[in-house]
Structure formats: structure tokens, C-alpha cells
Design a protein around this ligand. Structure first.
Ligand code: AHR
Length: 340
């Protein structure tokens, strides 16, 4: 058994003994039993820092990692759910460093605040791969690469779709009042989607952004914020909702206010993620369009790790392929092919 393995077991046991219920640290996953990791040195040990479980998208992402980094595939996965709190991610990275994992995969909740802890990871010789969201650090060498979505392009695509849709509806010259339900402020998904849509908005003289407000990517907060928008503004033509779960909350609020939305309704709804549940809601006529954000990132990251194991170079930024869906498409057929 290697020194690394001994330390690995030592820390697992220490954490298990510390909280008395077998948890590795602050996350929700149970640490494996001593006997189960006895041969951990045979595996590539990967520590994955998940954002939380705030959305359907996030569940798709978690499943992607758990199904890819399996013992069968030669990996030992340490999974940490940060419950949308950056301080939990910082603590977990330090635990992973102590455990001498082979790789750290970080899905950062927000972009800033990573310089110190990633310097510690680099000093320990542990490569850090960013998944989904990115970070804003001065030294780009603090991470090996980033695999995720082009969030700005998603937002811009949404704006362009709206220009086209209004034109087809003969509403190009009308006053268009918009509200935006933003995701977690400071996250790459929020920053990119807001900026991409704003670039198109700036060019439209008759569009007015009434207000931006964060619903933190959750259904409950999405509903709360939408209730506030409906109480505050008499006329709302468009809701830009930066993820599907906030959209579900917004649709509930609109209904409860006695209003209608979707292609046949009063309020146009633009959503992001394109989860199965949202495409079903589109079939029910509640959402006009949904811009895909692909959560199935783990297979690409696994390929990257294999390349790194073989001392090959990897591309610094790798975007996932994405499209959008609206009611002009065969949604029944598309839903059957969706995995999240
Ligand atoms: O970072 C990706 C975003 O985070 C997804 O759009 C959202 O659903 C999730 O919570």
C-alpha cells in the first residue's frame, strides 16, 4: 500500500470517527468503509465539488459524475455537495488536498475568491479541472482547464430569438417590457446569460428592462421574485428566467395572479437549461422557448483525465454543444431522447 494510500485511509477514518456517522466532511455523501477503500491505490482518486441540488439540471450533472467516475471505470469518487455555499467548497478543497486526491474537479458556485485555495492545491501538485461554471483568477495556471457552456452565447441566442419571434408576431414596433429572473449572482451562468441577453437588448429601442432580480436558481425563490414583479409592474410582456426551476416558480406565480403565459398567453417566457420537465411544460403551453445548457460533462472530463494520465496536453477551454427548443419543434419526440 502506497504512502498516499495510507494517508488517504487515515483521513477517511479520521473524518468518519469525527462525526460518528461515516461522513467525509460537510457534504451529504457517506464515506466508504475502511475495507471498501483498502485497495484505493488501484484507483484514480477524484474529488468532485458539486454546487448543490438546487435544480433539475444539477441532478443531471450529479448523475453524470456518479455514473462516469465509477470503480468499474477505474476511479474512486469523493463527492461533496456544497449546498450552494462557497465556504463549503473552500473547506472541501482543503480536505481533498489533505487526502491527497489525484484530481480535483470543481464546479464553482461563484467566480471570485479562489486564488488562495487553488494556490494550495497547486503547491500540493493536484490538478484542478473546472466543470460547468468558471472562475476569475489572476493566474490562469491555477486550473488545468474548464469544460462547460458558453453562457454568454446562450443569453445572446435568447435575445436574438425574441427579436425574431416578435417580428413574426408583428410586434416589432411595440413597447416590450421585460423582467429578468437571474441565477445565483456572481456565478458564470448568471453573468454570461445576463450579459448575452443585454447585448441584444441594448440594440432594441422599444425594449425596456423593468428589473433584474436573483431567484438563486431555485423554484421557491423564482416564484417569490415573480410575485414581486407582478405586484410591482402592471404590464409585463416578457420574462427571461435564467433557469428552468425558477421558470416553474414563475409560471405558478403568474397563474396565481390570474394571468397567462406561453405561446397562447399574455406573457412570453424564455427559459434556460431545457430539462425534460421544462420541455413537458412547453408542451402544456407554459413556456415559449428553452435554451439548452448541457449537464452531461463528466464523460468529457474523464477523457481529459485520461489524457493527463498519459502526459498529453489538453485544451484550456472546452464548450459543450447546445441548441434551443421551441413549440415549432416535435417536442414529444425530443423529450424521449433527453437524459435529464
Ligand atoms: O451552472 C449551471 C446552472 O446552474 C443551470 O442553469 C442551473 O439550472 C443550475 O442550477
Amino acid at each position: 500500500m502506497s504512502k498516499k494510500c495510507i494517508w488517504f485511509l487515515y483521513f477517511l477514518l479520521m473524518f468518519a470517527a469525527f462525526d460518528g456517522c461515516g461522513k467525509v466532511s460537510s457534504g451529504t455523501e457517506h464515506a466508504p468503509l475502511y475495507e471498501e477503500v483498502e485497495d484505493a491505490s488501484e484507483y484514480i482518486v477524484v474529488g468532485f465539488l458539486q454546487v448543490g441540488s438546487e435544480s433539475d439540471w444539477r441532478m443531471g450533472s450529479t448523475n453524470s459524475f456518479k455514473n462516469t467516475f465509477t470503480e468499474e471505470n477505474g476511479y474512486y469518487l469523493l463527492f461533496e455537495d456544497a449546498q450552494q455555499k462557497q465556504e463549503n467548497q473552500l473547506k472541501s478543497i482543503r480536505n481533498f488536498i489533505l487526502q491527497e486526491v489525484d484530481y480535483i474537479i470543481l464546479d464553482p458556485i461563484v467566480e471570485t475568491g479562489w486564488d488562495a485555495v487553488l494556490t494550495e492545491a497547486r503547491d500540493a501538485g493536484i490538478p484542478v479541472i473546472l466543470a460547468d461554471r468558471s472562475i476569475d483568477v489572476e493566474d490562469k495556471e491555477l486550473y488545468t482547464c474548464w469544460v462547460g457552456s458558453d453562457f454568454e452565447k446562450e443569453g445572446q441566442r435568447a435575445g436574438e430569438w425574441l427579436v425574431d419571434y416578435l417580428q413574426k408576431q408583428g410586434r416589432s414596433d411595440e413597447e416590450i417590457r421585460i423582467v429578468t429572473l437571474q441565477g445565483t449572482l456572481g456565478s458564470t451562468a448568471q453573468i454570461g446569460r445576463t450579459a448575452g441577453f443585454a447585448a441584444v437588448l441594448e440594440e432594441q429601442e422599444n425594449w425596456e428592462m423593468l428589473e433584474y432580480m436573483s431567484g438563486d436558481f431555485t423554484q421557491a425563490k423564482g416564484q417569490e421574485v415573480m410575485e414581486y414583479f407582478l405586484d410591482t409592474y402592471e404590464e409585463i410582456d416578457v420574462v427571461v428566467s435564467e433557469n428552468d426551476n425558477m421558470t416553474f416558480g414563475a409560471v405558478d406565480a403568474i397563474r396565481e395572479a390570474g394571468k397567462t403565459c406561453g405561446p397562447e398567453g399574455e406573457i412570453i417566457i424564455l427559459s434556460f437549461d431545457a430539462s425534460r420537465a421544462a420541455l413537458r411544460a412547453m408542451l402544456r403551453g407554459e413556456i415559449n422557448v428553452d435554451f439548452e445548457c448541457n449537464p452531461i460533462l463528466a464523460p468529457k472530463i474523464e477523457e481529459i483525465i485520461q489524457k493527463l494520465e498519459n502526459n498529453e496536453t489538453v485544451e484550456k477551454v472546452q464548450y459543450a454543444e447546445e441548441q434551443y427548443f421551441d413549440t415549432s419543434m416535435d417536442l414529444e419526440k425530443i423529450i424521449k431522447t433527453r437524459t435529464y
